[in-house]
Design a protein around this ligand. Structure first.
Ligand code: ZN
Length: 351
């Protein structure tokens, strides 16, 4: 039926099976694929699926191979494309039909998006918890040593604190850390010039706590320093940076990790860029670490609100707009100070 024709007939040459001699012919699509000789005689009538069409490459002649092994050759590339003989071209013809399925397609996309969100919202946190629980000690050590290497290379430099001042702070820190879950041996306090990080303290997942010279210089008394260090102990105890690394590592790394496969791929994922993660935590993690600071300071017989005094003095000295130091990653908001005060009062009331 002429009404079923697709494209116009394409002119070219036909080579009979196994023959090197050609004869002029034209190819058309009507009731399948039809090849006609110049005299109008039907040479071949076949199914579209039974033919092979060479891909379009520049102006190289197209070859259409039929099931019987005969070949039709033509220079009319556009004409061949219009006949829609290849599966890809036929699929284009289906776009029309797909339009009708669009509402269903849209619903499908929405369902997939909702499932992805649900996985992210509900499954990922669970997987992070499982991964944290089964994490072998080598992983935090790996992340910790990679992180301090990176920090030393790009941001930090050697401390200028006198040795006796370092020893003094180490002793006070150990006296505080003995009240933590890991005990004093779980931590390693290191001193650095903070450079662009300014007055700051960072906790790495292996228990390394970095204290910058600038923070030591800014504190009016040692309790302020200890209050901040107790907060950092909280980040380590509650494995905040490990959780953060795992969140960024994503599903596939977590699955490998939970399966016990701490191979090179996982190692790379965890170590890459994990250094800077120790600089900023979520709000929830910050307030958890704050509460831990209050608890530890009280146990150690220090002012539980020393960390509040520290944030007040840092704001006073550097202004709230300070983007580089502790304030950028630990916004010392009034809300936060109030929460700390309330918690300290609550704990004291219980004593
Ligand atoms: Zn913090």
């Amino acid at each position: 039926m002429a009404s079923d024709a697709i494209g116009d007939a394409v002119r070219g040459d036909w080579f009979a099976p196994g023959s090197s001699e050609s004869r002029p012919a034209s190819l058309e699509r009507a009731d399948g694929v039809r090849l006609l000789g110049d005299d109008g005689a039907e040479l071949i009538l076949g199914e579209v699926g039974g033919i092979e069409v060479s891909p379009r490459v520049g102006r190289i002649p197209r070859r259409v191979r039929f099931a019987d092994g005969s070949v039709f050759v033509t220079l009319d590339n556009d004409g061949i494309d219009r006949l829609r003989l290849t599966p890809a071209a036929r699929r284009n013809g289906l776009v029309h039909d797909l339009e009708r399925f669009r509402p269903r397609l849209a619903a499908f996309v929405v369902v997939v998006a909702l499932m992805a969100f649900a996985i992210y919202r509900y499954a990922l946190p669970v997987m992070i918890e499982v991964a944290v629980a089964v994490t072998p000690p080598v992983v935090p050590q790996m992340i910790g040593s990679a992180a301090i290497d990176t920090l030393d290379r790009v941001l930090l430099s050697e401390t200028e604190l006198p040795l006796d001042r370092q020893r003094d702070l180490e002793t006070q820190f150990a006296a505080l850390a003995q009240f933590s879950d890991l005990g004093a041996d779980g931590y390693n306090l290191v001193f650095r010039d903070g450079g662009p990080l300014g007055p700051n303290a960072l906790a790495l997942p292996d228990g390394t706590v970095i204290l910058t010279d600038q923070l030591v210089a800014l504190a009016d008394d040692d309790e302020m320093i200890l209050g901040v260090l107790a907060h950092e102990i909280g980040h380590v105890e509650l494995q905040h940076s490990l959780r953060q690394v795992y969140r960024l590592a994503g599903m596939s790394a977590l699955i490998m990790l939970i399966a016990g496969d701490v191979g090179e791929a996982v190692e790379e994922l965890l170590v890459e860029g994990s250094a800077l993660l120790s600089l900023s935590y979520s709000r929830a993690h910050e307030s958890e670490a704050d509460r831990r600071s209050v608890e530890l300071m009280l146990k150690a017989g220090h002012d539980p609100l020393a960390i509040n005094r520290f944030f007040a003095s840092i704001r006073e000295e550097l202004g709230v707009a300070d983007e580089s130091g502790m304030l950028s990653t630990h916004p010392g908001t009034a809300e936060r100070a109030e929460a700390l005060e309330a918690y300290a009062a609550e704990l004291r009331g219980r004593e």
